[in-house]
Design a protein around this ligand. Structure first.
Ligand code: NOJ
Ligand code: CA
Length: 538
């Protein structure tokens, strides 16, 4: 590890692995750590710097592992602690860093602390590690809704209620209790000692609730992308926690980092999480939800860079993850605000992939760190027709199917072969969500080495990014006709993106490096079709 540059994370490409959907080594239909280990060389060859693994800890899987029953144990469906150790060691041998998911806002209702809290009864000190309250008559203690639908409170047999901003199986910790803070410092050290390079912090903006848990006082339902001002998100006290975590991360050699999943009302409020003594990165969900048009994209890129520059942190860029509609589908929609958990609509798959590829090349040309979500390098579409009976998103079932459409981006990866499970697990074996019949052409094997395939484009882009896109060189916009985005990075690299509905013919500024779709260059003029991004060497 010592030969890797310091502050590697400032321009790192980090690939999100959703363990249950990546690779299934033992054939039970659920991806696992041995499966991931076997595919690490693929990720090295893809050219990413690090992986982030969604949770693989002991869990009843009420929310696909974001309900943790034991933070120091690997769930047997995913493997063992030795598998985790081996995975980290293998990744390091291949020059890949490993981030793991930390879920500090809530535990599983099967966590030992919550079971003790229930057993001990009202008033017991062990209840104080969660938010237990008496109700208001027959009503819950306050008017907070759960993000997954229904009230954020569930009543237990002795009459008290407990708070869960997500599913009832995910009780919120009381971060005002010192034992909670102590426990998480110990958990951080446990994984750092095991060798991980850092953490993705789940619901990083939610840990501290306003004292007294006051009513919101209006009819509302919170949504991951639209939490606004509230008594339980982005409270000022949360930053103290991250300052204490930063001192722990800094004690360890090798540039360990943390990235916040913080949905805050403004870019500046998100940037508060990445002040020099707090976390290293925060996801840029504002960019993820920006519509595909040149003025909106340019304005959001500028605003994102400015907000992070103000605190000296790199910006992150991401287009897809396990909670949002895949960008092959999503970017075709104008209402970018409702991307998480809302029912996706059908789009023309050819046009959707074309736009997604352009967006990915744009993203990979921006200064800062890029987060990729497994399968986007294959151009996987959102699966919109999963039958309700196979859906597992807890919000789908709680909201009677009006919400909770996150399974469509979680369908297992096609690796090879012509029939499901396409090498995800053994031939003819199951997969926890069914893969579409049309995925044979999208498999890794089908795209490997094929000129023009999405996989080839990503591999080329990641290799070029190391060579031609100056690491942290600033972005400078160039004059361009309406609908065209043109920016340079340093003096040697230019990215041009046609976001207009018609071909545009700018001057070819230099040597063509890579394009997301075929372009022509004739006599110093390039003809760039709609929804196409081009990288040039100047
Ligand atoms: C955000 C995670 O990304 C999501 O998958 C999960 O459901 C919630 N946090 C609750 O942990
Ligand atoms: Ca398995």
């Amino acid at each position: 590890m010592s030969d890797l540059p310091p502050a590697w994370w400032r321009d790192a490409v980090i690939y999100q692995i959703y363990p249950r959907s990546f690779a299934d080594a033992n054939g039970d239909g659920i991806g696992d750590l041995p499966g991931i280990r076997s595919r690490l060389p693929y990720l090295r060859d893809l050219g990413v710097d690090a992986v982030w693994l969604s949770p693989f800890y002991l869990s009843p899987q009420a929310d696909a592992g974001y309900d943790v029953a034991d933070y120091r144990t690997v769930d047997p469906i995913f493997g063992s602690l030795d598998d985790a150790r081996g995975l980290v060691a293998d990744a390091h041998d291949l020059g890949l860093r490993v981030l793991v998911d930390l879920v500090p806002n809530h535990s599983s209702d099967q966590h030992a602390w919550f079971r003790q809290a229930l057993a001990e009864g009202p008033g017991s000190p062990l209840r104080a590690r969660y938010h237990f309250r008496d109700g208001r008559g027959a009503l819950p203690p306050n008017d907070w809704p759960s993000i997954f639908g229904g009230p954020a409170w569930t009543q237990v047999p002795d009459g008290q209620w407990y708070l869960h901003l997500f599913a009832p199986e995910q009780p919120d910790f009381n971060w005002a209790h010192p034992a909670v803070a102590d426990e998480f410092r110990t958990i951080l050290r446990f994984w750092l000692d095991l060798g991980v390079d850092g953490f993705r912090i789940d619901v990083a903006h939610g840990l501290v609730k306003e004292e007294g848990l006051p009513d919101i006082g209006q009819e509302t339902s919170w949504h991951l992308l639209d939490v606004g001002e509230s008594p339980c998100f982005d409270r000022p006290g949360v930053h103290e926690i991250y300052r204490s975590w930063r001192t722990i991360l800094d004690e360890y050699p090798g540039d360990r980092i943390a990235v916040a999943e913080a949905w805050a009302p403004t870019l500046a409020r998100v940037a508060d999480y990445v002040r020099p003594d707090e976390l290293h990165q925060a996801f840029n969900f504002s960019y993820l939800s920006t519509a595909w048009n040149a003025p909106a994209q340019r304005a959001m890129i500028d605003a994102s860079l400015a907000a992070n520059d103000a605190v000296g942190a790199p910006t992150t860029w991401t287009l897809s993850n396990h909670d949002v509609v895949r960008h092959t589908n999503r970017l075709m929609r104008d209402d970018q605000g409702e991307v998480a958990g809302k029912k996706p609509t059908a789009v023309d798959p050819v046009a959707g992939l074309r736009r997604a590829r352009a967006a990915s090349l744009l993203l990979l040309a921006l200064p800062g760190s890029a987060y990729l979500y497994q399968g986007e390098e294959l151009g996987l579409p959102e699966v919109i027709d999963l039958p309700p009976s196979v859906r597992q998103d807890p919000a789908f079932h709680r909201a009677t199917g009006q919400d909770g459409y996150r399974d469509g981006c979680r369908v297992p990866i096609p690796w090879s072969g012509t029939t499901a499970p396409y090498g995800f697990g053994p031939d003819g074996g199951p997969s926890w969500l069914p893969q579409p019949d049309s995925w044979a052409d999208l498999s890794v094997a089908a795209q490997d080495g094929v000129a023009g395939s999405t996989l080839t484009m990503y591999r080329d882009a990641l290799a070029l990014r190391r060579k031609a896109v100056a690491g942290q060189a600033p972005l400078t916009w160039q004059d361009a006709p309406e609908g065209l985005l043109v920016f340079d990075r340093g003096t040697d690299f230019r990215c041009t993106v046609n976001m207009s509905p018609a071909p545009l013919s700018p001057e070819a500024p230099g040597e063509l490096l890579l394009a997301s779709a075929p372009i022509t260059v004739d006599g110093g003029t390039a003809v760039i079709p709609p929804d196409t991004a081009v990288w040039w060497s100047l």
